[in-house]
Design a protein around this ligand. Structure first.
Ligand SMILES: *Cc1c(COP(=O)(O)O)cnc(C)c1O
Length: 468
């Protein structure tokens, strides 16, 4: 299978050629030339598979240029009980008949991003070794993505991670997660500034092409194709866990920010997985919900982004959204390019019109948004009715998902983080702290390793240059 850019100008490339890339050269995102289709006999065989077997069955379709034995070995090393707390990897919890939570947050940083990122670490190490290359990952984080990247890349040969975070402004839990890593290839840089300063430094370094090339600088952002592909697997796993036969359909509710998670659901459905609805749930930052309901995509200014109690969904625009729009437009790169040109020029585009509803319906999408009060009420309600504590992001998904529940269609709500990561809001809802998963009890008292730096691109460059 080869990959092309959504904007149509890059030559088709195999999986390993796009693995380490961000944007395509024409500014678009990489997508498979066409999605593989799973026929019923294969779906039947998949039902009996455990997580690594299923991951191999699916990912071997996307990573055709990695020898099967190598891919299998990487998958088997990634999806283990030691890393994801159970052999199920993504256990399904049934709240009541027809209502389930798919646990995606049992990896090392207690959020769903680990499921893709842990595989990415092994894939990166493999491809870099084959090509005798090194990679220095530079990132900015306000907490979540940075720790998932560090836990994926720690100890990996040929890779160093330089992660900028705003000094004193990440939660103590998140800071402790990153700063307690003692691996010599992980560099935590606590910048004297806010998150935007950190992001500006990453941009400044990325814009210095000579420095970037000399020091082999790369990123691990959510547009990476392999991350999306790895996430396709748990939609299959969730489908099989919530049904008895392949005649059934299920709906998934997906707490959404950058559209990475639900993009994987869209691909699973496009591959033939019997998904009725993909329910896109946002918080107060409802740029995606607005699009699904109205056809208007309007990017928010930074000043318009609300800081909410589900912070990993606080976005101004959704970086993976272009992949979905490319499919809505039936892969018409000229039209897509025109839309993104308009987006760059005016901050919005509008696909509303008579065919819009049918176009969205054909992809199974529905959407809704929620507020802080909704999250609190949902966390309370789920706890009272089922004795289960869910985190704030998962609560957004459940709240919106329940609005689309249908008789005879199991609803699978994706759990994207553990409540322990957002204990303040849990305390507000329930008057108590959530329990910490085993191994995280004393996280904040572990020795920490980080360096405080000025929020100054030249100083950060000098820091990197001295270590690469
Ligand atoms: C990243 C994240 C999301 C949003 O996922 P996208 O793929 O960006 O849509 C939701 N919940 C949590 C806890 C996250 O970390």
């Amino acid at each position: 299978m080869n990959y092309v850019s959504t904007r149509g100008e890059d030559a088709p490339k195999p999986f390993t050629a796009i693995l380490l890339e961000g944007l395509a050269e024409d500014g678009g995102l990489f997508v498979p030339e066409r999605y593989p289709h799973i026929l019923l006999p294969e779906l039947k065989a998949m039902r009996a598979m455990n997580y690594p077997q299923l991951a191999f069955a699916i990912l071997s379709k996307f990573a055709g240029d990695i020898p099967a034995a190598d891919l299998k070995a990487m998958i088997d090393r990634t999806y283990t009980k030691a890393i994801f707390a159970s052999d199920d990897i993504t256990p399904l919890r049934t709240l009541e008949p027809g209502l389930h939570i798919l646990g995606l947050s049992n990896g090392p940083t207690l959020a769903f991003k680990d499921l893709a990122m842990q595989l990415l670490g092994n894939l990166f190490e493999y491809v870099l070794a084959k090509e005798s290359r090194e990679l220095n990952i530079l990132g900015a984080t306000s907490g979540d993505t940075g720790s998932a990247a560090e836990y994926a890349m720690r100890g990996k040969k040929g890779i160093r991670v330089f992660m900028l975070s705003p000094h004193g402004r990440t939660s103590p839990f998140q800071a402790a997660q990153m700063f307690s890593l003692q691996d010599p290839n992980i560099f935590n840089l606590a910048a004297r500034g806010v998150f935007d300063d950190c992001q500006d430094i990453v941009k400044a370094v990325s814009n210095d092409a000579a420095f970037k090339a000399k020091h082999r600088i790369g990123t691990v952002n959510s547009i990476n194709w392999a991350r999306v592909a790895a996430q396709v697997v748990y939609y299959f796993k969730g489908y099989f866990a919530a049904t008895k036969t392949n005649d059934e359909v299920v709906s998934f509710s997906v707490p959404s920010g950058n559209f990475g998670n639900i993009c994987a659901g869209h691909i699973a459905r496009s591959m033939g997985l019997p998904i009725k609805r993909l329910i896109l749930a946002t918080n107060e930052n409802n740029v995606l919900d607005e699009f699904i309901r109205t056809g208007r995509y309007r990017v928010r200014k930074s000043s318009e982004v609300h800081a909410t109690s589900s912070p990993s969904m606080d976005i101004s625009k959704a970086s993976n959204f272009e992949r979905y729009v490319a499919d809505l437009l039936r892969r018409d790169p000229l039209r897509l390019k025109a839309l993104w040109g308009q987006l760059d020029a005016t901050g919005s585009f509008d696909l509303s019109g008579e065919k819009f509803r049918d176009m969205i319906a054909a992809t199974g999408f529905s959407s809704g948004s929620s507020t802080h009060a909704d999250r609190i009420a949902t966390i309370r309600g789920i706890h009272e009715d089922h004795g289960v504590i869910v985190d704030t992001h998962t609560a957004d998904g459940i709240r919106v998902g329940l609005q689309f529940r249908e008789q005879g269609v199991p609803m699978v709500c994706l759990e994207t983080a553990q409540p322990a990561k957002f204990s303040e809001t849990i305390h507000e809802a329930l008057g108590r702290q959530p329990d910490r998963p085993a191994g995280f009890e004393k996280l904040e008292s572990l020795p920490q390793r980080f360096e405080i730096v000025d929020a100054d691109a030249a100083k950060v460059k000098a820091y990197i240059a001295a270590r690469t």
